[in-house]
Design a protein around this ligand. Structure first.
Ligand SMILES: Cc1ncc(COP(=O)(O)O)c(C=O)c1O
Length: 380
């Protein structure tokens, strides 16, 4: 009964594990969850206040499909001042989450049989979005000993390649791209006339590194599609608020899919987005400081029990090599059933993740310490 398009795509593996963990929790089991990609903090109050004020003042009607003017303006200002892009409000489309933006992009720019390059391991939804669009994913290997940076990208470009997806900081590895690595990709995109989708959703969560936007590099302005959102930086996952910046011709395509599918992002949520961008940024810094402490506890603890993991430079994920004890699928299953620790097998993010697990450290220091103890007891 279902379409061939649907058959190309599987269930989200991260959500599957989270569902098993939450079933165990509702059965009364004390599961420590390291599986979901969302901050455990509440949205900063001034953001919720702005949205509720808008809600009570009547922002309950359809919004303009590309987003309310105030938010598009605030996003454009942010992209100019923080990211060095040449952005205008009219170049922005506000979406219900960055994920919807990525879906709209793939559906707009890819034709049947085209190829899209992603770096292995990669966030779970790029490949399905590429498949929905009828195109094929080309997985480029990365080097775990060099922050999971891609290797030999040029060798994977063919005359069918249309787009390269860059995700810095990266989910699932926490890898952050340097100027040199971005320049390599930019040079290839220019030489082969390719688009770049730059997913910068974790840009605020970097440790001792500077986030760089590939769209600000020479020759990249028109061929870069920059995606970002509010979920991770401002702990606003449930608000479903993201955005995309692209040249007017590309944006026109995204808008077409957007207006015929979701119409717009939720109107009052968009006022929260304005407050997030224009209000105090201290809550973001406090969250990042806390993530850093958790990262340090987790990575030191993992290495102490023989699970190899370099300190990631960004996001709130550790991609840990469990091959000392088994493959990632086996270890994730064992830890969930025996230690009641939920994490995601690395294979969910691409074939290269076979011997890895992804640990999302968006949980308290105390729970991280407790999980390390349980992992040690279970595996040693
Ligand atoms: C790399 C990456 N891109 C995009 C998204 C989607 O974010 P949003 O909540 O804005 O849809 C996620 C969420 O997990 C992500 O990890």
């Amino acid at each position: 009964m279902s379409s061939s398009r649907l058959k190309r795509v599987g269930e989200s593996p991260t959500i599957r594990i989270a569902n098993i963990a939450s079933q165990m929790k509702s059965d009364g089991i004390d599961v420590i969850s390291f599986s979901l990609g969302e901050p455990d903090f509440d949205t900063p109050k001034h953001i919720s206040d702005a949205a509720s004020e808008a809600l009570y003042n009547g922002a309950t009607h359809y919004a303009p499909s590309p987003g309310i003017p105030e938010l598009r303006e605030a996003i454009a200002n942010k992209l100019v001042s923080e990211n060095g892009l040449e952005a205008k409000a009219s170049d922005i489309l506000v979406t219900p989450g960055a994920k919807q933006a990525i879906f709209e992009i793939m559906m707009s720019v890819l034709d049947d049989g085209d190829e899209a390059i992603i770096f292995d391991p990669a966030w779970v939804s790029y490949d399905p979005c590429i498949s929905f669009a009828g195109a094929n994913t080309t997985w480029v290997p990365t080097d775990p000993d060099n922050g999971f940076m891609p290797v030999d990208v040029a060798d994977y470009i063919t005359d069918k390649t249309r787009i390269i997806v860059v995700n810095s900081p990266c989910n699932p590895t926490g890898g952050v791209f340097s100027q040199k690595e971005l320049k390599n990709i930019a040079d290839l995109a220019i030489d082969h006339d390719l688009l770049v989708l730059s997913d910068e959703i974790y840009e605020k969560i970097v440790y001792d590194r500077k986030h760089l936007s590939i769209g600000a590099m020479d020759g990249m302005q028109d061929r870069t599609i920059t995606v970002n959102g509010f979920s991770k930086a401002y702990a606003m996952t449930g608000w479903r608020l993201g955005y995309v910046h692209a040249n007017p011709e590309l944006l026109q395509g995204f808008k077409k899919i957007h207006s015929h599918s979701v119409s717009s992002a939720t109107t009052f949520a968009q006022y929260g987005g304005v407050a997030a961008l224009e209000g105090p940024q201290e809550p973001v810094m406090e969250m990042v400081d806390e993530f850093r402490k958790r990262r340090d506890i987790l990575i030191d603890g993992l290495n102490a029990i023989g699970i190899k993991c370099n300190k990631p430079d960004g996001a709130f994920y550790a991609f840990a090599d469990v091959s000392e004890y088994g493959d990632g699928d086996t270890i994730a299953e064992k830890l969930l059933s025996e230690a009641h620790v939920a994490l995601t097998p690395g294979s969910a993010f691409g074939a290269s993740g076979k011997n890895f697990v992804r640990i999302s450290y968006a949980t308290s220091q105390e729970r991280i310490r407790e999980a390390l103890k349980r992992i040690e007891d279970c595996l040693l």
